[in-house]
Design a protein around this ligand. Structure first.
Ligand code: UD1
Length: 416
């Protein structure tokens, strides 16, 4: 167990480099199992979830070598097909191994995934997709078992544009006979990155980034080297950190189009954002205006930035309304923020946030990865000392968050 101790230390100032996207690295690492040979991936963040995924790949027979942000992989001809519970229980994205292994090895056994407790997070859409392609899927002893000698392309309509289901079906369909069409597909930038990686290996994926993705089956994929897109959620968290401390922070290695929903909201709240030569500079405002937020699949406002925004809106001059449409437990962060003096009322999936003049340091608990980051941001702006317990959850998705914040002037230390 670790915790962050944070003391108010004024506005954050300076420049920060944004790392590679966790949500692109995880599916792309899974997709490396769809070929054999040597693959070098760049811009891979050194975060807990990625460490777990690399551990799973090693267990399946892949040799892994990391040098800073670069990961070299040697994938054998025949990898293992069963993912052990001990490793998979820690990350939701272990379910992405199903699509990759089903495609290449025609079978996969993966424990029902763990990960952050932010909602029910079922796998029905993934399973429905595999079945429509002709796979046989069973649930036994907490494992999802999928088998399919020769999958056949088909049309799949997703009831909800699930990121994981779109990625899993996209991978499963890469060697299927004929064409697969995914309708109402998720459109997140990380899906486009996975499609680009698969296509670089020789796959035929078209339409990623729109709600209709078409995959034409090919015989085989070849190993390639690839660099992963920057993490829009890490970038967004630092933008909100600049705003909540009324600081001035420049972010480098960002793709601003991926951040449009956040840029639009922050601008509406009076925060100044300037884009120059591929970097973004965020200048906080003394008077934070209230705003209403509805989380939605991309290009809507991302659920992963809803929690940091709740911290910021707690200090706005007026009332804001947050509607969480993606994960049902994400508003529980309100309880922790209330310990710091925030005035937030939750009814169903809606939070009514009445801005207060200041937050006060308190002992709080990171309920999940993003809620934990939100509490760190609240601590940066609060008077007195804030202690965020269970900080290891934050390290699932943020590489050295404490170190990067210290570099910008924050008074934050990590205690094991
Ligand atoms: C991914 C991201 C996560 C982000 C989320 C939404 C990764 C590794 N993680 O998670 O950071 O918060 O997208 O942007 O990329 N659902 C079903 N049935 C299914 C699958 C999903 O009902 O079979 C529902 C979920 O309960 C949830 C919604 O769909 O309410 C969105 O989930 P999904 O898009 O699948 O999220 P993940 O891929 O798990």
């Amino acid at each position: 167990m670790s915790r962050y101790i944070i003391r108010a230390n004024g506005p954050l100032e300076g420049k920060i480099n944004i790392g590679g996207a966790k949500n692109a690295a995880l599916p792309i690492l899974a997709a490396t199992l769809m070929t054999s040979g040597e693959i070098t991936l760049e811009n891979i963040p050194d975060i807990k979830d990625v460490q777990v995924m690399l551990g799973i790949l090693e267990h399946l027979g892949v040799s892994v070598e990391r040098q800073e942000e670069t990961v070299h992989l040697v994938i054998p001809e025949n990898t293992g097909t069963e993912v052990p519970y001990g490793l998979a229980k820690n990350i939701r994205a272990s379910n992405l191994l199903l699509g990759a292994l089903l495609a290449r090895r025609q079978r996969a056994s993966v424990p029902l995934p763990g990960g952050c407790n932010i909602g029910s997070r079922p796998m029905d859409l993934h399973i429905k997709g595999f079945q429509v392609l002709g796979a046989e899927v069973t649930l036994e002893h907490g494992y999802v078992n999928a088998r399919g000698q020769r999958l056949t392309g088909n049309k799949i309509y997703l009831d909800f544009p699930s990121v994981g289901a779109t990625e899993n079906i996209m991978m499963a369909a890469c060697f299927a006979h004929g064409q697969t069409i995914i309708e109402n597909a998720a459109k997140e930038p990380e899906i486009v990155d996975l499609a680009n990686f698969l296509n670089a290996m020789g796959a035929k994926v078209r339409g990623a980034g729109t709600d209709v993705v078409k995959i034409r089956g090919v015989q085989e994929l070849r190993p390639v080297n690839y660099a992963i897109i920057p993490d829009r959620i890490e970038a967004g968290t630092f933008m909100i950190a600049a705003a909540i401390t009324r600081g001035r922070v420049t972010l480098e290695n960002v793709i601003s189009t991926h951040l449009q929903p956040l840029i639009a909201k922050l601008t509406e709240m009076g925060v100044e954002i300037r884009e120059e030569n591929g970097s973004l500079t965020v200048c906080g405002t003394e008077c934070i205006l209230p705003a209403d937020i509805k989380t939605l699949p991309y290009p809507g406002f991302p659920t992963d930035l809803q929690s940091p925004m709740m911290a910021l809106l707690s200090l706005a001059e007026g009332t804001s309304i947050i509607v969480e449409n993606v994960f049902e437990y994400r508003l529980t962060l309100a309880e922790e923020l209330r310990r710091m003096g925030a005035e937030i009322k939750v009814e169903g999936q809606t939070a009514f946030v009445q801005g207060v003049e200041s937050l006060k340091g308190a002992k709080v608990r990171a309920l999940d990865l993003r809620a934990g980051a939100a509490l760190v941001l609240a601590g940066l702006a609060a008077t007195g000392t804030t202690e965020v317990f269970e900080a290891e959850l934050i390290e699932r998705g943020y590489q050295r968050l404490d170190e990067k914040l210290r570099y910008l002037g924050a008074d934050i230390e990590k205690v094991e």
